[in-house]
Structure formats: C-alpha cells, structure tokens
Write a protein that binds this ligand. Structure first.
Ligand SMILES: Cc1cc2nc3c(=O)[nH]c(=O)nc-3n(C[C@H](O)[C@H](O)[C@H](O)COP(=O)(O)O)c2cc1C
Length: 466
C-alpha cells in the first residue's frame, strides 16, 4: 500500500489573506510611487486588508529567520486618540501598527532592528499596491508609555510605528534623492565622512561645503521658516535698518529662508548672495531671485568672489556660529571688504549667554539627541553650530575695522509658539511644565537690559568708516 502523502504546502501567495484577489501593480510603479502619507481619510481600514499588509511584512528577511517581530495593530479610535497624546504623529491615521522586535535577539549589528525595518518596508509597499498609504514613525513619544498602552511585555522593544490608512492627499512627487553617483561607490568608497558633531572645530570648510551641498541635493526637508525667528528678523530690520537701497549681499544664506524674507522686506534693494558651492547658491537664488548675483566664499573655482567695496548692505545671519574660529575671523574681514565705505554690515548671531546655551547643556546631560541633525537653533539645522558671546563678535568687528552703530537683543526666553513647537512630542504633563516655567520667568525677561544682555538673538549694525 502506498503511504499517504502529506498535502503540499501552499505557496505564500496561496496562503495570503487576499489570495486570488490581489490587485496588480507594476513593481517599479509601486516602488517609485510610494510616498510617506501624512494626511489620511478617517475611513476605517478593513481588517482583511490589514492582514494582507502584515502578511506581506512577514515575508521580509529576518536575521537567522528568527522572525522575532510582533505587531500590535491599533485600529480602535479611542486607543489611537490616547496614543496621539504621546506624539501628534500617532494621531494622523485610523490605524497605527506598533512594530516590535524581541529584545536580546540578533543584537549584533542591530540585526533585530534591521529585520523589523525590512518588515516595515515590505508592509509599506504592500499597502501602496492595495491603495493604502503609510507613514513610518519613530517619534512615538515615551516608549514605556506606548508599550504600556498596547500591553507589551518587557521582552518587546518598540522599533517604530507604521501609520496606515486611505490617503487624503498624496504628495505629487517625493522629496529629492541624492544623485546616484554621489551615493554609489564601486569597489572603493570615494566620498568623505561627514563629522557627526556640532562643534565647528571638527569641520573644515570643505566638509561644510560638501554637507550643505548634500542637504540641498536631497531637498532640504527642514526648510520651513520658524515664526519666532522670522519675527525677530523683521523686528531687527525695522529697528536697525528701517530703510535700505542699492546693492545688498547676503552671506552664506544656505537654505535661503531668511534671504527670501529680506528680499520681501526690502524690495528696493538688489540682492546678491555669497555661498560655498554653485548648487547651494542656485538653490537660494531659485527661492529668492533667480537673477541674483552668485558669488563664492571661500574662493572657489566655480564662483567668482564678491567684488570689494561694492555693497551698500552686507548681511550675515547665524552663520559665524558654524565656522572654526580662524574661518570666522577671515569671513568677518572679508565682509568688511565687500561693504562700501560708509555702507552697513547687519549681523545676527545666537548669544551664548542666553537660554540657548542652557538648553543645549540640559540636552547633552539628558543624553538627548546631539550632533548635526539635532542642533537646536536656529532652525533649520545647518550642520555645526556654537552660540557666540557678544565679546567675541565685538572683537571680530574691531579686527575687521568696522564701527558699531547700533545693537539689539531679542527673545530672552523662548516665545510661546516656540515652546509649543519644541514640546509638541512631549507628554501633556511635561509640555504643561514647560509652559508654566516660561510664564513664571516671563516677568524677568522684561526687566531692563534682559533682552539686550540675555536675548537669544543678537543683532549688530556696523559701519565701514568712510
Ligand atoms: C527610520 C525612519 C523613520 C522615520 N521617522 C519619521 C517620523 O518620525 N516623522 C516623519 O514625519 N517621517 C518619518 N519618516 C519618513 C521620512 O521622512 C520619509 O521617508 C522621507 O522624507 C522620504 O519621503 P518618502 O517616504 O515620501 O519617499 C521616517 C522614515 C524612516 C525610514
């Protein structure tokens, strides 16, 4: 008699929840059209679709095939509303998939995290083919509270949350990607390491050029103006340089956010920019005035140096902070040469003797995120940054032969909208404490001299003698 044969195992496609009913989408189409979706319709997602997405996730590779991932799919609106109190990002979609991996498994080379990440990417692509949208969230607020809320035991480590739902709005195109030839090196690495340090002394000019060029080539996601910074700049312009005409040179504008504002506030001036690389100069010109003259500092082969004794106004906002001491002095001297005799240099810097220094120290002590991407202020993050003392600035200006005409200090405490912004992912209690702290100190900030001496934003108007 023939031994009974065990039934053949179904293939993954046969075993998946939507077997036989899966929509078709070209692989490349799915890959390139997937976008992070941050606005969702409130419509619930059928659990059958959720299962299909998760099933696709489980077919990702995992270290040693341990598959130590466990997911908690939160589709209960009440629970999602409570998760949103941990982080606003968890309040966008009708479904939040909490992705966890077993602690202690595949720790070497973070292989557990890598496995969970492969799973998340599989799920994102599967969702895309099913007409759903996803959004990978690492800013999940307090991980212990998140774990508690979804009942995770101690052995589970939360890797990320994948938000899932029907997209309300799909960005027409994705943020820029770094060009292939910058990313791919055949056989031998051809790039240069970028220091993960906020200390300007760790960065030479070349590295700064490379870093800012890379930021521009990848689309500079952090390029939104911050309202409190724009307010400070407008006030400084009104008070220190209420009228200006002629030629204006904005120095190292980087993202161009402030140049754009300057050009709008002083429409009578003709703006030029000086940047380190043609790519960054182009980026700024495109967002301000394409016809702006583009010049280079330090001297580059691709960009001419700004003409000396040419500008009625030279401005430089929060850029000396990113330079090594010797480069700072060289830039100050150069600015003193670019401005016409009798012309003005308008300088903005972040004061080391303000709450800025204190908040940086607190963050360092907490072991909070440091380094390039997370330099606190001024936003947007522009690489190395070190607040400066007013004495250093006064010394540099004297050396450059400039005369002080007026000075102004603003924002001795963070403005209420800055507090709201910076605490947006805090727990409600911590955010309330931060607001209370600010109002308790609010009076002190209005004492005479507080803004002048302790203001975070400092502005100086210098003149080049005739
Ligand atoms: C590990 C990881 C963490 C991310 N965390 C967040 C996040 O916390 N908040 C957010 O808005 N986007 C987050 N994103 C999404 C990225 O910003 C997004 O993928 C990137 O801007 C590219 O856009 P695209 O996904 O539309 O192609 C994260 C992406 C990854 C891979």
């Amino acid at each position: 008699m023939e031994a009974p044969r065990s039934a053949p195992q179904p293939s993954p496609e046969e075993a998946c929840p939507l077997a036989g009913r899966l929509p078709k989408q070209d692989f490349w189409e799915a890959l390139y059209r997937r976008r992070s979706i941050r606005r969702f319709k409130p419509d619930p997602v059928p659990r059958e679709l959720i299962d299909q997405v998760v099933h696709a996730g489980t077919w990702a590779p995992s270290s040693c095939n341990y598959q130590m991932w466990d997911l908690v799919v939160v589709d209960d609106p009440d629970l999602n509303a409570r998760l949103a109190e941990l982080s606003l990002q968890l309040g966008n979609a009708p479904v939040n998939i909490v992705v966890t991996y077993g602690r202690g498994f595949s720790e070497e080379n973070l292989a557990g995290i890598q496995s969970a990440s492969a799973m998340i990417q599989n799920m994102s692509l599967a969702a895309q083919v099913l007409g759903l949208g996803t959004f990978w969230i690492t800013q999940t607020g307090d991980p212990r509270r998140l774990a508690e809320m979804v009942g995770l035991p101690e052995d589970r480590r939360v890797v990320a949350v994948l938000a899932l739902g029907y997209p309300k709005a799909v960005p027409p195109r994705g943020p820029k990607r770094r060009p292939l030839d910058q990313v791919r090196h055949f056989n031998h690495y051809g790039g240069r390491p970028i220091p993960s340090s906020a200390d300007p002394e760790d960065w030479d000019e070349d590295l700064l050029t490379l870093y800012q060029r890379a930021r521009v080539l990848n689309g500079l996601r952090h390029n939104k103006p911050r309202a409190w910074e724009v307010r400070a700049l407008s006030e400084a312009l009104d008070r220190l340089l209420p009228e200006a005409e002629g030629r204006w040179l904005d120095v190292l504008p980087c993202t161009g956010i402030l140049t754009e504002r300057l050009a709008r506030l002083r429409p009578g001036c003709r703006f030029d920019i000086v940047e380190r690389s043609p790519e960054v100069a182009e980026w700024v010109a495109a967002r301000t005035r394409p016809e702006a003259g583009k010049t280079g500092w330090p001297t580059t082969e691709q960009l001419p140096a700004p003409a000396e004794e040419t500008y009625d106004v030279v401005s430089c906002f929060y850029r000396l902070e990113g330079l090594r001491a010797e480069d700072r002095a060289a830039l100050m001297r150069a600015m003193g040469r670019w401005v016409k005799p009798g012309g003005a240099l308008l300088l903005g810097f972040v004061n080391a003797r303000s709450f800025h220094g204190l908040s940086e120290r607190l963050r360092a002590r907490r072991g909070g995120l440091g380094g390039v991407e997370y330099v606190l202020a001024p936003d947007p993050n522009i690489g190395p940054f070190q607040a400066l003392s007013p004495d250093v600035i006064a010394h540099l200006a004297r050396e450059a032969g400039l005369e002080l005409e007026a000075e102004l200090g603003l924002q001795a405490l963070p403005e209420p909208d800055e507090i709201e912004f910076r605490t947006r992912n805090f727990s409600p209690t911590k955010a309330r404490l931060a607001r209370l702290g600010r109002s308790a100190l609010g009076l002190a900030a209005h004492l005479p001299g507080a803004r002048a001496r302790r203001g975070r934003f400092q502005y100086r108007l210098y003149r080049r003698p005739l």
